[in-house]
Design a protein around this ligand. Structure first.
Ligand SMILES: NC(=O)c1ccc[n+]([C@@H]2O[C@H](COP(=O)([O-])OP(=O)(O)OC[C@H]3O[C@@H](n4cnc5c(N)ncnc54)[C@H](O)[C@@H]3O)[C@@H](O)[C@H]2O)c1
Length: 327
């Protein structure tokens, strides 16, 4: 009996694969390497290079490895590209995502853990945001995740395929072996640390006139080790007959862009110059999770609950891997 991990060569997927193997679960990774890195995949995982939309391949993997559950990370994630090239995003995240779901269903896989996002909520109408917060995504990326959530619900109702949809807030940090390396990188913490490493001249802060305590945007940063643990708990929940549901995965604490930069200065001991720029369209001012439900129902609790502990882990990884996974 194996767990199929789609997107297991990516940032969060690779850390989750490590944890699953550590807990004694046989793991099969399916990744087409549009992103992700071969060096990020644990040597004990079986690897298939291919797309989630290749139903023949998915079916044969499920049969050969007796796949019992799928953790579905694979997706395009660059929000800006989703605005300029939505066709690509819908085709990959929804079109191929649906093909994957059909192949899993036909092959008899009953449990799915899905990577969803706080981007499905859009601009907050109340803070912190719980799972009942209205969903009105701001961009095609968020909509692709929203549509996949509806597909999961319908597959549960019609076919009894149970799911856990984890709505991550801002994934961040590094484990000893796995860190963040997107191409191009768009996430704040690695960009700030690249500035500390003198790989960039400055870090841009988009907007310093938001209604937050220091004017910059506030986000809830959640460590990838805590995310990996949430997937493990979600699997256990489904195996124990838990009903299909969505859970926020965040710390419930928000940090502003300026606070992240200041923490990175302290931890790296390096200067980090800042360029304040205009607001970017579509950036919400304040996104912080109410993760009470994940704590109560899944028994999940984040260990990395300060920005310093998250940045420290990321700094260690980026210092050791200044070029990321590049060989
Ligand atoms: N990073 C975040 O802050 C964050 C926040 C919320 C949700 N998420 C979601 O978590 C998941 C993982 O994010 P990440 O940051 O690790 O991204 P990532 O880009 O590092 O990993 C995604 C992986 O999926 C693979 N992939 C993409 N399309 C594929 C396809 N059609 N077939 C096979 N493989 C494919 C890529 O090659 C890559 O290895 C994504 O679904 C993302 O939307 C991420």
């Amino acid at each position: 009996m194996s767990i199929l991990v789609t997107g297991g060569a990516g940032y969060i997927g690779s850390a989750t694969v490590d944890l699953l193997l550590e807990r004694g679960e046989p793991v099969v990774v399916l990744d087409n390497f549009v992103e992700g890195h071969r060096d990020a995949i644990h040597g004990d995982a079986d690897l298939y290079e291919g797309s989630i939309g290749d139903t023949g391949l998915v079916t044969s993997i499920v049969r050969k490895h007796e796949v019992q559950a799928c953790i579905h990370f694979a997706a395009h994630t660059n929000v800006g590209v989703s605005v300029t090239d939505p066709g690509r995003f819908y085709a990959n995240n929804v079109g191929e995502g649906l093909a994957l779901m059909n192949a899993l269903r036909e092959a008899g896989v009953k449990h799915v853990v899905f990577s969803s996002t706080c981007a499905t909520y859009g601009e907050p109408v109340r803070i912190p945001m719980d799972e009942d917060h209205p969903q009105n995504p701001h961009n095609p990326y968020g909509w692709t995740k929203f549509f996949m959530e509806r597909i999961l619900e319908d597959f549960d109702r019609a076919y009894g395929m149970r799911f856990v949809g984890l709505r991550y807030f801002n994934a961040s940090g590094a484990t000893r072996l796995r860190g963040e390396h997107h191409r191009p990188e768009t996430h704040l913490i690695p960009l700030v640390l690249f500035t500390a490493l003198a790989q960039r001249e400055s870090i841009s802060v988009f907007g310093s006139d938001y209604g937050t305590h220091d004017g910059s945007c506030v986000r809830d940063y959640i460590h990838i080790a805590d995310l990996a643990e949430a997937h493990w708990k979600a699997l256990a929940y489904l195996r124990a007959d838990g009903k299909s549901d969505f859970f926020n995965v965040g710390t419930g604490r928000g940090y502003s862009v300026f606070e992240v930069i200041e923490a990175a200065r302290k931890i790296s001991g390096r200067p980090i110059s800042v360029k304040v720029e205009d607001r970017r369209p579509g950036d919400a001012s304040y996104l912080v999770a109410d993760a009470t439900k994940a704590k109560q129902v899944l028994g999940w609790e984040p260990e990395f609950d300060t920005i310093e502990s998250i940045i420290e882990s990321a700094w260690r990884w980026h210092e050791a891997h200044p070029e990321g996974y590049a060989r």
